[in-house]
Write a protein that binds this ligand. Sequence first.
Ligand code: SF4
Ligand code: SF4
Length: 111
Amino acid sequence: MAIKSPKVSSCEVAECAYNRNGECHAMAITIGGEGCPMCDTYFVSEEEGGFNEIKGSVGACHQEDCRYNDALECIAKNISVGMHGDHAECLTYESVEEIGEEEYEEELEEV
Ligand code: SF4
Ligand code: SF4
């Protein structure tokens, strides 16, 4: 298995300290918790977060019912993040229930 952190290809959450021009600059974000694929790294501050030369990546994901989740890690090529209600959320999330367990198992074998 080739292990590579998925990149955050875009993030619409302009007020987050790690966001510059629609891009995340946090080294490794954490997604998921309390049944929702929220970005737990989201943080509002006057301080700029992250480094300009770094493109944000997913460090870990607790959203175990997502089709791209294996062993609480994200195996998508990349993800996008946006606002959902009052919180930042992974927009790439799709539940295993939607695609079915069989297809999910086949996908994991291909990784
Ligand atoms: S992905 Fe999360 S940490 Fe990165 S800019 Fe968006 S809300 Fe902030
Ligand atoms: S695509 Fe799925 S596994 Fe990857 S970060 Fe988003 S919710 Fe987690």
